[in-house]
Design a protein around this ligand. Structure first.
Ligand code: NAD
Length: 453
């Protein structure tokens, strides 16, 4: 099938590459000329395992092209995916300007039937707004072309995006029951048929329910994290091991093991903004989502937990003290630092007068960009971007781990102990066992693991 993907970011590029891998003829459009030039020169703008190979293979086979040419992109695909950003507006609602601009571009150029698919995460009712934008553009041109707007939210996880797209847990498709809506559903069914060969993974529903499903999923996951973080903080006070509790409750199939890890708070481009946007939608309908308000507040506090533990241990004045930080990306296998807890930790330690050495296996370039925005020149001068994890340690009072990269899970503890001024580790992801660390001669501070002995 001929497919156009509008927006060549995390979601758009992965969707385009994976649909090309299945044999479709894919046209990826972006407004960012630099991104398109990079892709056309064989580069990849994001770090995502396996993506480079899929893009290269399909480019070589002529199944994927990258361009800024709007007219050509509209002419190309019978199905037009909108996968542009939906960042939070000042009031927390999703900013739909990019989605609506993409829709208007389609309306300005289309001449025959098109299926317009909202893949971006968009609030309930956006499908109707996209429809209106298209109708207005068609009316302005006096063109009578049929179309249908479908909702197909994306559930991929950064860091495992290609794998998630290729082996989805579920595919959610919202469409209406008009003749065009049914025609659109038939095209979507054909497009996604390769994913449904073993068993049917597609959930068909109306457009508004599909839009809502994406927010409900992210809100649920964020809720589980904040729930465990709040309990972990209590566990620290009452002498309970939150890891034991996690195993104890996760084995109940009604609860399950996933997403029950206590830690330094969630970040990234999705959970924070989607929780906020759902709260905002509720407020527009005079409802207060009390649980989600708490989920957000708990998370904001949780991002401060590591810094607080450091201050409790080393005092409020950290002038003259140096700390090593492992992990800057908001989670492993990505270089994404949007809303990353590490940014909050760096700010806390610098505010208290400390110097830091930071390391991340892939996010160093992004960290330099992002921290230059977060910090003043004087503050930035107190941050050393280290060449390796071990390179952060010399002269540091303690090591603080913020991201659970695999490479941090079995480090050379003897080398760590020898390099640190004091054998102290703050572990924001509970990577190690407190008893093992004690035996190895470390003072170990996990999250919710201060067991009374
Ligand atoms: P992104 O910022 O990485 O990419 C968006 C791209 O769209 C950018 O390259 C931008 O230049 C381009 N763009 C903006 N306006 C355009 C226009 N009018 N025409 C063509 N291109 C345009 O964003 P992302 O992380 O891929 O997220 C896209 C959407 O998918 C968001 O709604 C997000 O919430 C959702 N989502 C993201 C993830 C994720 O893990 N990143 C997962 C599921 C859903």
């Amino acid at each position: 099938m001929k497919i156009t993907i509008i927006g060549t970011g995390y979601v758009g590029l992965v969707t385009g590459a994976c649909l090309a891998e299945l044999g479709n003829d894919v046209f990826c459009l972006d407004v960012d000329q630099k991104k398109i030039d990079l892709l056309n020169n064989g580069g990849i703008p994001i770090h995502e395992p396996g993506l480079e190979e899929v893009v290269a293979r399909n480019r070589a086979a002529g199944r994927i092209q990258f361009s800024t040419d709007v007219a050509a992109s509209v002419a190309h695909g019978e199905v037009q995916f909108i996968a542009v950003g939906t960042p939070p507006d000042e009031d927390g609602s999703a900013d739909l300007q990019y989605v609506l601009a993409a829709a208007r571009n389609i309306g300005k150029h289309m001449t025959g039937f098109k299926v317009i698919v909202d893949k971006s995460t968009v609030p309930v009712g956006t499908g109707d707004r996209v429809k209106t934008a298209l109708r207005e553009e068609l009316a302005a041109r006096g063109v009578d072309a049929g179309f249908s707007v479908v909702s197909n939210p994306e559930f991929l996880k950064e860091g495992a995006a290609v794998e998630d797209f290729m082996r989805p847990d579920r595919i959610v498709i919202g469409h209406d029951s008009s003749a065009e809506g049914l025609q659109a559903a038939a095209l979507m069914k054909k497009l996604y048929a390769p994913f449904n060969r073993n068993h049917e993974r597609t959930f068909w529903m109306d457009v508004r329910s599909a839009e809502f499903t994406k927010y409900a999923a992210n809100a649920m996951l964020a809720t589980r994290i904040s729930f465990m973080n709040e309990l972990a903080n209590l566990a620290d006070r009452v002498g309970v091991d939150i890891e034991a509790v996690r195993h104890g409750i996760g084995s109940d199939p009604r609860i399950g093991h996933s997403f029950l890890y206590a830690g330094a708070g969630y970040g990234g481009s999705c959970f924070p903004k989607d929780v906020q946007a759902l709260e905002r939608t509720a407020r527009q309908y005079q409802q207060d989502l009390l649980i989600l308000r708490a989920v957000e507040a708990v998370n904001d506090k949780q991002k401060l937990v590591l810094g607080r533990k450091v201050v409790q241990r080393f005092g409020a004045d950290l002038a003259g003290k140096h700390f090593a930080i492992w992990g800057l990306a908001f989670k492993p296998n990505t270089d994404d630092m949007r809303e990353a807890p590490a940014r909050v930790l760096v700010r806390q330690l610098l505010d208290a007068g400390a110097t830091v050495a930071v390391y991340d296996p892939v996010a160093m370039t992004e960290a330099q960009r992002v921290l230059a925005l977060d910090l003043s020149a004087e503050e930035l001068a107190r941050v050393r971007f280290a060449a390796s994890a071990m390179d952060t340690l010399d002269g540091a009072e303690a090591l603080v781990i913020v991201t659970e990269w695999k490479a941090f899970r079995a480090p050379d503890f003897d080398r760590i102990k020898a390099a640190l001024k004091q054998a102290v580790i703050f572990d924001g992801r509970n990577l190690f066992e407190p008893e093992v660390m004690a035996q190895a001669g470390f003072e170990y501070h996990g999250i919710g693991r201060s067991i009374l002995t």
